[in-house]
Design a protein around this ligand. Structure first.
Ligand code: F0G
Length: 351
């Protein structure tokens, strides 16, 4: 009787819906806020992980997609389109199924994780691999939605931001107030925009007495906001945030400056170190892009930028199962044994 109803029902009065809106939902949101013991010890702070990989399609995109697809359906759209590094397409494809709509997907050829491609395929999306990067895909998708009867569901669609702001509400509801610092990976910069909007609304209306400083982290090979210029040929192992010209660039700068935060970069090596730490020491398996937030926190701590005693939330944006290559690579292959207890016990170091 107390099942979580999805973010639109749970936060209906804070979202742009009417009494007659037919909600398209997979009961997204309501994700765990997990205390991070090792990260807390290392930083001397109270660190929590907002585990967005627990959403129905395995990433935070579902919060935005329930809102975007609900609005597209309400407006009479029969088809939606998105550019994606993988997670948006997986989410759009699933929600389009719920709404009985066609979903078109443009992805950078060879640069999306297999799990995400599998999701878009099994949900029946029409997929084109584009001989270009994410930024090229987004340009194409915008043009197609301008000229054909198909609704764009990338985060340049304001409905996406409305849905995604609910993650900030959940965090304040769980902690009793906003944290001191909120740490996020930054790609197209929709999510940092959405969290800042959510925290701002909750402070204005009472549930929170303050707003956090927003810390965003890009991958070094894809860090246009840090560099202050478009990156023509972005690269990183964190394919989800392999983006050279973020659509919400200005909004990310606003979130940074209004909150007194910063946007910095982390190397692929730092991302993979945080990825392994999260799995091996916190028990939380995320995809590489998600680990950019934690890599950034660790970098800031090493640089002496983290005063002890603060309350910090890191969003880990996507599930590790989407892109398991990095979990398997470099790990020793498990040995094969006969069906024999003595051998098994020996090999496991039990005997
Ligand atoms: N983490 C993951 C796992 C993502 O998939 C993305 C974006 C981000 C972080 C960055 O969020 O773009 O709002 O700054 N993925 C998009 C996609 C681009 O197509 O799935 P952002």
């Amino acid at each position: 009787t107390h099942q979580w109803r999805g973010i639109i029902e749970e936060y209906r009065d804070r979202l742009p819906v009417t009494d007659t809106t037919a909600v398209v939902t997979l009961r997204e949101g309501g994700t765990p806020l997990v205390p991070a013991q090792v990260l807390s010890e290392v930083t001397g702070c109270e660190v929590h992980l907002k585990v967005e990989g627990a959403n129905p399609t395995g990433s935070f995109k579902d919060r935005g997609m329930t809102m975007a697809i609900t609005h597209a359906k309400e407006a009479g759209a029969q088809a939606v389109i998105c550019a994606s590094t993988g997670n948006t397409s997986a989410s759009a494809a699933a929600y389009a199924v719920r709404a009985g709509m066609v979903c078109a997907v443009l992805v950078p050829q060879g640069k999306i994780a297999l799990g995400k491609m599998g999701q878009a395929l099994v949900h029946g999306a029409k997929i084109l691999q584009v001989d270009g990067n994410f930024d090229d895909c987004l340009t194409l998708a915008r043009g197609l939605s301008d000229n054909y009867p198909v609704a764009l569901v990338n985060s340049v669609n304001p409905s996406r931001i409305e849905g995604q702001k609910t993650a900030a509400f959940e965090i304040v509801d769980a902690l009793g107030d906003a944290p001191d610092i909120h740490v996020l990976p930054v790609g197209n910069a929709g999510n940092i925009t959405a969290y800042w909007k959510g925290y701002t609304e909750y402070e204005a209306d009472g549930p929170a007495t303050r707003r956090p400083r927003m810390w965003g982290f890009q991958a070094s090979g894809s860090a246009p906001i840090v560099r202050g210029e478009v990156v023509k040929d972005p690269h990183t192992v964190a394919t989800a945030i392999r983006i050279g010209n973020p659509a919400s660039w200005q909004q990310a700068l606003a979130a940074r400056d209004e909150s007194g935060g910063f946007i910095d970069e982390v190397t692929d090596r730092q991302i993979l170190r945080a990825y392994r730490l999260l799995a091996a020491q916190e028990g939380v398996f995320v995809e590489p892009a998600s680990a950019a937030s934690v890599a950034g926190l660790l970098k800031a701590a090493e640089d002496g930028k983290v005063d002890p005693g603060q309350r910090i939330v890191c969003t880990v944006t996507g599930n590790g199962l989407k892109d398991p290559d990095w979990a398997v690579a470099g790990a020793p292959q498990p040995v094969t044994v006969p069906v024999d207890a003595v051998t098994a016990a020996e090999r496991l170091g039990l005997a």
